[in-house]
Every structure is written in structure tokens, then in C-alpha cells.
Write a protein that binds this ligand. Sequence first.
Ligand code: ZN
Length: 145
Amino acid sequence: MAELFDDLYRELILDHYRRPRNHGELPDAPIRVEGVNPVCGDEIHLDLKVADGAIADIGFWGHGCSISQSSASMLTERLKGRPLDEAGRVTKKVRAMLIDGELPDSELGDLEALEGVARLPVRVKCALLCWNVLEQGLAEAATTA
Ligand code: ZN
């Protein structure tokens, strides 16, 4: 992925891969969702606790390529403790950046490191996997609230 990312972003992505944030199951999580990307063999599980309209806690685990796991780690770091509407908005912006090639705005924070993935279509599914899984979780949260 060397030519697709500048050094700073590549380091950030590798750092999340090597030291994933919020990694592991949440005991007694009321919402558990998972997804796979069969093209690459990626698998992501997300555990969510929602309280007062916000993501009170979030944990992930899984296996797969560095892009899929780093994206999930960055997702949890960005959205832990954040309101659900913000989570929905950030998800839309990540998708717009990766699929439509839109420029990241400041709300994405470190997630802009994934921008280079948009130039490698086979990897877009890797980066989007955790976001698709999150959307399942948010939909579940909406029906159980
Ligand atoms: Zn992958």
C-alpha cells in the first residue's frame, strides 16, 4: 500500500493494526453484530452498549487484512462515547469518501487516513466492512430503544 498513502497515514493505519483500540468482546453487550467480506476473508464483530442516545461502549474483534482491522479500530476510537446521530453522520461521510471519492472533512478526524483506500477499489470493501457492521448495530439500537 506504500504508493497509496503518505507516510503519516500509513503509520497510523499500521499502528491501529498492531495495537487495535477497544479490542475484544464487551461482556453482556446488548447489541452484537458481525459481518464478513468474503472477497478478502475479513471478519469483524462489534459489541455495542447504547445509553442516552450515545454509544456508551464499543468493542470489536475479528481477523483479516490490515485495512479491515485498522478501519474497525479507528471506528471505535472515533465513536466511543459519541451520540448515535454523529455515528450515523460519520458513517455516511466515510462511505462518501471511500466510494464517491469525496474529500474528508474535519469531522472524520484520523479516519481521513483511509482516504487512499478509495484509489484501490478491491480494498474499499475491506475498509467499509466495519462501517456496514456498525450500521446493523445502529439499526438494532433504534428498534430496541
Ligand atoms: Zn481485507
